[in-house]
Design a protein around this ligand. Structure first.
Ligand code: GRG
Length: 297
């Protein structure tokens, strides 16, 4: 099977997992269930759950016990996009080729659907305790990683610095590095670390995976910036030029387009080299890391 087909197959398998865990659309709160489903099922590459599963397989994980965490991380990712699109943040009307959640359901429901997905992510991850072959200590370690990397010491912290960025005069390269590390790389680190922990990796191996994911996450964000300048709107499913519209300072504003592209290649090569030093191999994972940082959407 060629790589793209294999990737599409994995993404549709992630969709199956997400649908399995999503709440039913019923009751007085049914609109929020509908908005949650819409936000998560409207599209998306499913990068984080696929990275989690492939890292899990790298360390010999075989069972379906990982599935609650795969669904949970995509719920957290979706909530972050829903909130990022709100009028108080980027005020975007289009995402994944469709109206954003607040554009479709109104602002209040956009906020609540995001809150709902965030909380339900943990309700879902906790279902891992019902999955037979998983060890409870490993689940607790995975939960710690998930909560830390997506919270104020991770993604939310990065978003805070990002939101305040436009108000800063003379924003530093250090601040940009902080934003990229936290806003984007942290959740990719969580995905791969959780796969490693639940797959049976030891502490040293988990920390190697964290380093690999950090580099891939930074490259992923710089590529996102590049696509915002040079991408094809029809392929991306959203408007380009948002960073300049929102007066965002990016890696490109500091270093220029050529250095940004070189940095993507450098970080990705470094990450893959570190991954290949481990005594295990998952060829699909290596190809996926290469693909992600050179993606067109
Ligand atoms: C609102 C708490 C809070 C956080 C928001 C994720 C985020 C932080 C903001 C979204 C905008 C953005 C550029 C985030 C950086 C991470 C990123 C490149 C997200 C897009 O991820 P993809 O490409 O999206 O995996 P799909 O649509 O494929 O799921």
């Amino acid at each position: 099977m060629d790589f793209q087909k294999e990737l599409d197959y994995r993404a549709s398998d992630v969709d199956r997992v997400i649908v399995k865990y999503l709440p039913k659309v019923e009751g007085y709160q049914k609109t929020v269930f509908e908005a949650m489903r819409y936000s998560i099922l409207v599209g998306g590459k499913r990068v984080r759950p696929i990275l989690m599963e492939e890292t899990y397989k790298l360390f010999g994980g075989k069972s379906k016990a990982l599935e609650p965490f795969m669904a949970a991380i995509e719920m957290i990712h979706s909530y972050s996009l829903v909130h990022d699109d709100l009028p108080a943040m980027d005020n975007d009307m289009l995402r994944r080729g469709n109206p954003t959640t607040h554009a479709q359901y109104g602002e209040a429901m956009g906020i609540l659907a995001g809150d709902g997905l965030l909380n339900f992510a943990y309700e879902t991850a906790l279902k891992a305790f019902d999955e037979a072959p998983l060890d409870a200590t490993a689940i607790v370690r995975a939960l710690k990683v998930l909560s830390n990397k997506s919270g104020v010491y991770g993604m939310v912290g990065g978003q805070v610095a990002d939101v305040e960025e436009v108000k800063q005069n003379g924003i530093s390269r250090n601040r940009i590095d902080f934003i990229y590390s936290m806003k984007t790389a942290a959740l990719i680190e969580a995905a791969m670390m959780i796969g490693a922990i639940l797959g049976g990796a030891d502490d040293e191996q988990v920390s190697i995976i964290e380093g690999v994911a950090h580099k891939i996450g930074l490259a992923f964000q710089i590529q996102d910036d590049i696509l915002d300048v040079e991408g094809d709107e029809a392929v991306l499913g959203k408007e380009i030029g948002q960073d300049s519209k929102n007066q965002k300072v990016t890696f490109i504003s500091f270093e220029g387009m050529d250095r940004a592209k070189a940095e993507v290649t450098y970080l990705s090569d470094e990450g893959i080299t570190e991954l290949l030093k481990l005594p295990y191999e998952n060829r699909f994972l290596t190809k996926l890391l290469e693909f992600l940082v050179h993606r067109e959407k």
